[in-house]
Write a protein that binds this ligand. Structure first.
Ligand code: PEP
Ligand code: MN
Length: 353
């Protein structure tokens, strides 16, 4: 995918690149007072939703086109860049007409290829930065597919926003982070900037700081955080919005670590990791040889491959041994499930020979 920088004039290439502002534009006064406070903290990019996709009908579905003129005023008064969500071709035309600087595609829209294609067609040939949120379901190809549709329309200034994934069972998070998905996105598209949206992942104020730190430690490029002049009174997503003061406090506490440390110590440690991985492969190969011998034995004695009692014993024993060695028991169980699956496959080969 051919990409170009999303940076706008006057915005430095420092991590994190921060986009902040209310979930929704509610009134001219709310938009402007939030923007003034944010600009006072040195923030450069203002967000506000004008068209709001809501889970259930009857809620506040966004102020509509009128709100775009408030964003124009924010631009004029504070000098901040302005960003909003677009979900249809009409939104794109209105947002471009009113001079929005950055557009984003929401999670529900990314999940719908027809909608994304409509947006891409409307954006054809426009050189505006577009950020694509992950789809609500944990499907990396769907996320990349949406980026590709927009890229195919000639837009190169693209970025991704990780906002977590919907789950039936909401416990700590409103949307599960499933960090391995944006990590894999980074591996597949190394030049694509990735923002984290701790507001929509966490769904509550207390989680914004730890999630932002985690995103920085995973080398994300930016953060998009919901900030409101009076969060408790917000018309949407009240529990996850923070005041510009709190936002500033959180941003100042972030520890930004460097990606590359070309110290000799690090390459020595990496050597050690390579050696461990080598040993792991050798041991696994040895385990598979033994599994094949067991397969031969089972074949000769007409036994089934899967001996459930034995399988449970391995998972339990190794799970608790792993925990004793400071590892997560579920992680060890997953590893042994995978090893067991391969052992069974190898035994099937023997039996079917
Ligand atoms: C938003 O950013 O306010 C929003 C609607 O987010 P999402 O698309 O991630 O649900
Ligand atoms: Mn929101």
């Amino acid at each position: 995918m051919e990409l170009e920088s999303i940076l706008l004039p006057g915005i430095e290439n420092n991590r994190p690149l921060v986009i902040a502002g209310p979930c929704s534009a509610e009134s001219e006064e709310q938009v402007l007072s939030t923007a003034r406070l944010l600009a006072g903290k040195g923030l450069k990019i203002f967000r506000a939703g004008i068209w709001k996709p809501r889970t259930k009908p009857g809620g506040f579905e966004g102020i509509g086109v009128e709100g775009l003129s408030w964003l124009k005023t924010v631009k004029k008064e504070t000098g901040m860049y302005v960003a909003t969500e677009v979900a249809t071709a009409k939104h794109v035309y209105e947002a471009l007409k009113q001079g929005m600087d950055i557009l984003w595609v929401g999670a529900r829209t990314t999940a719908n290829p027809f909608a994304v294609q409509e947006i891409a067609d409307a954006l054809q040939g426009v050189n505006i930065p577009v950020l694509v949120k992950n789809p609500v379901n944990p499907d990396l190809d769907l996320w990349i597919g949406a980026l590709e549709r927009i890229n195919n329309a000639g837009l190169k200034r693209l970025g991704a926003i990780h906002r977590g994934f919907s789950s039936y069972d909401k416990k700590i998070y409103r949307n599960l982070p499933q960090w391995h998905i944006p990590i894999e996105l980074r591996r597949r598209l190394p030049n694509l900037p990735i923002f984290c949206d701790p507001s929509h992942i966490g769904g509550k104020r207390e989680l914004i700081a730890p999630l932002s730190q985690q995103a920085m430690d995973l080398n994300f490029d930016g953060l998009i955080i919901e900030s409101h002049c009076n969060p408790d009174k917000a018309w949407s997503d009240a529990s996850q919005q923070i005041t510009p003061d709190v936002l500033d406090y959180i941003l100042n506490l972030l520890v930004i670590r460097k990606e590359t440390q070309t110290t000799e110590n690090l390459s020595e440690l990496r050597n050690q990791i390579d050696k461990c991985d080598n040993t792991l492969i050798e041991i696994l190969a040895k385990r598979m040889r033994v599994a094949r011998e067991i397969g031969t034995y089972k074949k000769e004695h007409d036994m089934t491959i899967l001996q459930t009692g034995r399988y449970n014993e391995i998972l339990d024993k190794r799970g608790s041994q792993g925990a004793l060695c400071g590892m997560d028991a579920d992680f060890i169980k997953k590893v042994f499930e995978a090893i067991h699956e391969e052992s069974v496959r190898q035994q099937m080969e023997i039996i079917n020979k």
